[in-house]
Ligand binder design. Structure first.
Ligand code: PHB
Ligand code: FE
Length: 326
């Protein structure tokens, strides 16, 4: 734990990239790799995978629970502060007592992560795009890609196509249909609204909307009912983080297929592999971590419960880690 957090950054190295410091963690990159070090150890990751994970951690404001960049490094959200850790959820690091964690105020870690993402992302690379739809992350420093890395998740105020959210309709986004979704019908449903209810009744073609998404593994909130959030997303290649849940979440596979590797949240021990085909529904328990593999662009509905009381209820055992008793 550090009382004052050192967030020094350096002059560019010989490849043109700056070095970053967050507490006692340091971050460096060269042409191919990101290097992370802390008082009890160090770690190396391919820089494309590192930037894809960093992009989501920043854009999702540290998400629900744990964002593992891989089996060693990641963050845990305490909603106001964030733990930054190495080896904390890795059995071998824990047993060797080499794991290391610092707790940092959210605004401070966010600032450093944003600067690092900005400095380390070249003009050719879009961390949100599928590998087939972006250029390279590698090589010496070559410009920046601010438009791509400062995208925000589209948040509906009420529901797509209701008056306050009309701008979210697929035919108004100007986005082309993705190459994998050329067969998705684009017609919109017709609704005849009883006079007086024009402000409250609407519908839209979710498949058409998703067929035009330019990003992968980036859920958008399309409807909110109290704490119940419908967050559909389009997926291709690998979810860039291994998500450690602090609550149950449900997946509805809307098209194609995703394979989920499911591991124990604390140790990383393998628990199961879940193959979801179009129409399949599953719940991910609150004591696991998971990473999805989508061989072809697919549509997934992530159903989240945003109740802020859940992490404590689950951690204290008052609420079970699974969603339903059959
Ligand atoms: C998840 O961690 O549950 C998750 C995150 C992003 C996605 C899909 C699922 O696109
Ligand atoms: Fe998840």
């Amino acid at each position: 734990m550090t009382a004052t957090v050192d967030t020094t950054t350096s002059a560019p190295n010989s490849e043109g990239y700056r070095e970053f410091t967050l507490g006692q963690f340091t971050f460096k990159r060269d042409e191919y790799f990101a290097y992370i070090s802390w008082p009890t150890g160090s770690h190396i990751m391919s820089v494309d995978a590192f930037l894809r994970a960093l992009q989501r951690d920043v854009a999702w404001n540290f998400f629900y629970g744990i964002v593992n960049f891989d089996g060693v490094f990641g963050t845990m959200n305490h909603y106001g502060t964030v733990d930054i850790f190495a080896g904390r959820y890795n059995d071998a690091y824990r047993k060797a007592e080499l794991d290391y964690t610092e707790n940092i105020e959210t605004s401070i870690i966010k600032g450093v992560f944003e600067s690092m993402l900005d400095d380390w992302t070249n003009e050719t690379f879009d961390p949100f795009a599928s590998p087939h739809e972006t250029g390279s992350a590698f090589g010496v420093k070559n410009g920046d890609n601010r438009a791509a890395i400062t995208r925000h998740r589209v948040t509906a105020a009420r529901m797509v196509n209701l008056p306050e959210d009309e701008g979210l309709r697929s035919d108004e986004t100007g986005h082309p249909i993705n190459r994998h979704f050329l067969d998705v019908p684009q017609d919109e449903p017709e609704v005849e609204v009883e006079p007086g209810f024009e402000n409250d009744v609407a519908s839209f073609n979710l498949f058409a909307y998703l067929s035009r998404s330019q990003v992968t593994w980036n859920p958008s909130v399309v409807s909110v009912c109290k704490d119940s959030l419908y967050c559909p997303t389009t997926e291709e290649y690998i979810l860039p983080i291994i998500h450690g849940n602090d609550r149950v979440e449900w997946f509805v596979q809307l098209s194609d297929e995703i394979t989920w590797e499911v591991e124990d949240r604390e140790t990383g021990a393998v628990r199961s592999r879940v193959v979801m085909k179009a129409g399949d529904v599953c719940a991910m328990p609150a004591d696991i971590r998971h990473q999805g593999y989508s061989p072809k662009r697919s549509m997934l509905l992530v159903w989240e419960n945003a109740d802020p009381a859940l992490p404590d209820l689950i951690a204290s055992g008052k609420t079970p880690t699974y969603p339903i008793e059959f």
